[in-house]
Design a protein around this ligand. Structure first.
Ligand code: SF4
Ligand code: SF4
Length: 588
């Protein structure tokens, strides 16, 4: 029996392998990216990075229809993008099993909102499982697959950052190959015209009732009761269950594997065994409200709905109620003091820095987007003024144009990365073109999906496995739409960036500027010998410091800039802003 220590994400990938899944299509998004990044190593599974989550889900609906067990993985905001097919997939049901993995990000470590995806289970009327550790993460893929095929339903498998990225022991099993089913040709089931969809709505309601009833008859498969001190009973699930076990080791606990629908009969029985019943969950009171709606008496926890739950927070809450003493001290409470501080910043040599410097210099309003370049909002670059969701920059810039009768279009730009452009930005650009927009759209083509871990995208020229793949040419794509003004600039050529920006924002027509430098992680050959600063030439004007490169530091005693040569990638941007020729390349 082989055991491994795996992250929650690696365990889900292993679960897909063991469950005999044959197709996985996903779009990367923290904290879910490493699931598919791990799946790509299993030759038995066809895997791909799709252009966005909606496409990924539709691919897996197709592969399920074709008879192959399938899975799609995304972060919580990705599920918003994929919610259109999901809502109707609930009606059609599946042919071979289909699992939708969604990873939420409480505390927003790398997200634009903190939504609780459990609501999607109720919204779409489909089951959702929530594992509490890596072992369950692996096992629940198999469990989700069985539920999916038994009830003809997509099944949501919910993770959170803490589960996806923490590691625990997993027992490895072998792959259960399943025979591919026949392609399902069933018009009333799969063609959701109103006449068919009306009938399928009955199916959805009946299915939910059936799952609920079966849950109550097979309680031990879905709930785990631990009776200890009966003064308080805690209902919990997922990672919150782990916090409960640590903060309240003597409490009676009911752990739920399935968070929608709920095993109400079992929960009612548990409630009858304890004096006071609490629900411990992260973010929204999803389970708590559900129990209250079914007449189960749940005590009010008075917890914040914001941020991550923790053992410390639970200790605070329950010590105030007198159930435990206020004595919890995390094992590594001083870890933050010991770790080197690493504030968020774009990397040394980042290809986005030059164009952001130009945007800042021209004091343009930048409608931004989602990616590592969102860090351009930070001082000293301060070159991003809005960020809503994937692809929004382009359509918002169009709105700024139309909402100001063109006035603000002369003072603003949209800024979007290559992967985000191909994700959903492209629709906004088609809209601007069609509706005679006059905005300026900057596409930062660094040929990689940087923020999520350098996954390839259709503009990279590589497949998920790193082999050569067809490459979308963004310049040709934009010209093919019919846009006349498409310019490609070198983001490290500051003069070119400034001049192009002035020219294109002044133009009362739609224009696209594409920056063409690869991410230093996508093409390490661009890294060269470092630069250094000549003390006798540096005047301390700070022009280089204002680039915000982590390799450029300020000596407050000497009042001069200096370069940390161990960080410098030799990108050559800073000498272009130094008027005093104080910055030189080693070896030249
Ligand atoms: S831009 Fe040149 S002169 Fe100004 S601080 Fe930097 S190195 Fe010194
Ligand atoms: S050349 Fe200048 S801007 Fe580029 S990485 Fe080195 S210090 Fe930073």
């Amino acid at each position: 029996m082989t055991k491994r220590v795996l992250s929650g994400n690696a365990a889900i990938a292993r679960g897909a392998y063991e469950a005999g899944i044959g197709v996985v299509s996903s779009y990367p998004g923290t904290p879910s990216s490493e699931i598919t990044d791990n799946i790509k190593y299993f030759d038995e599974i066809y895997s791909e990075w799709a252009t966005n989550e909606k496409v990924a889900m539709e691919v897996t609906i197709g592969s399920s229809l074709a008879g192959t067990r399938s899975m799609t993985c995304m972060k919580h905001v990705g599920l918003n993008v994929a919610s259109d097919p999901l809502m109707t997939l609930s009606y059609t049901g599946v042919n071979a099993g289909l699992v939708v993995v969604v990873a939420d990000d409480p505390n927003m470590f790398s997200s634009q909102n903190e939504q609780d995806s459990r609501h999607y289970a109720r919204f779409a009327k489909i089951p959702m499982l929530e594992p509490a550790d890596s072992s369950e993460a692996k096992y629940f893929v198999q469990k989700a697959m069985e539920i999916s095929e038994k009830y003809s339903t997509p099944v949501l498998l919910r993770s959170v950052t803490r589960l996806s990225h923490s590691m625990s022991v997993v027992e490895l099993g072998s792959r259960k190959e399943t025979e591919r089913k026949e392609l399902e040709v069933n018009i009333p089931k799969w063609v959701m015209v109103p006449a068919n969809a009306r009938k399928r709505h009955y199916f959805v309601e009946d299915r939910l009732e059936q799952i609920q009833s079966d849950l109550n008859h097979n309680l031990s498969d879905f709930i785990h009761e631990e009776i200890n001190n009966t003064d308080i009973g805690i209902v919990s699930s997922g990672i919150a269950y782990q916090y409960v076990k640590e903060a309240l080791p003597k409490a009676s606990v009911l752990k739920l594997d399935m968070v929608y629908p709920l095993a109400l009969d079992g929960i009612k029985k548990f409630a009858g065994k304890v004096k006071k019943l609490f629900v411990v969950e992260e973010l929204d009171p999803f389970i708590e409200n559900e129990l209250k709606a079914h007449g189960i008496n749940v005590e009010n926890l008075n917890r914040s709905l914001m941020g991550e739950l923790s053992v410390e927070r639970l200790n605070d809450i329950f010590s105030e109620k007198g159930y435990v003493s206020r004595n919890y001290k995390p094992l590594y409470s001083d870890i933050n003091d010991k770790l080197p501080q690493r504030p968020p910043n774009m990397c040394p040599g980042c290809s986005h820095r030059g164009i952001f410097h130009a945007i800042n210099k021209l004091k343009l309003f930048a409608a931004g987007d989602i990616g590592c370049y969102t860090l351009g909002l930070l001082p000293p670059l301060s070159a991003m003024h809005s960020t809503i969701c994937m692809g929004a920059s382009v359509s918002m810039a169009h709105g700024i144009d139309k909402g100001s009768n063109g006035e603000y279009a002369r003072k603003s730009v949209a800024v979007i990365g290559d992967s985000t452009f191909l994700h959903t930005g492209i629709n906004g650009l088609i809209n601007s073109f069609y509706n005679s927009g006059t905005s300026t759209v900057i596409i930062l083509d660094n040929r990689i999906t940087g923020m999520t871990g350098h996954q390839p995208n259709p503009a990279t020229g590589l497949s998920i496995k790193g082999s050569p793949a067809p490459q979308v040419n963004i310049e040709v794509l934009c010209r093919g739409m019919g846009i006349s003004h498409v310019k490609v600039v070198d983001p490290f050529n500051v003069e070119e960036c400034l001049n192009t920006l002035k020219e294109e924002t002044a133009r009362e027509e739609l224009s696209v500027i594409i920056t063409n430098r690869p991410c230093i992680f996508a093409d390490k050959s661009v890294i060269s010998s470092p630069y250094y600063i000549l003390e006798d030439k540096c005047t301390g004007c700070k022009a280089c410091v204002r680039l915000g490169c982590p390799a450029i530091l300020w000596d407050s005693e000497k009042r001069l800039a200096f370069i940390d040569e161990t960080l410098c990638t030799g990108c050559g941007l800073c000498p272009k802003v130094c008027k005093f020729e104080a910055i030189k390349k080693r070896g030249e």
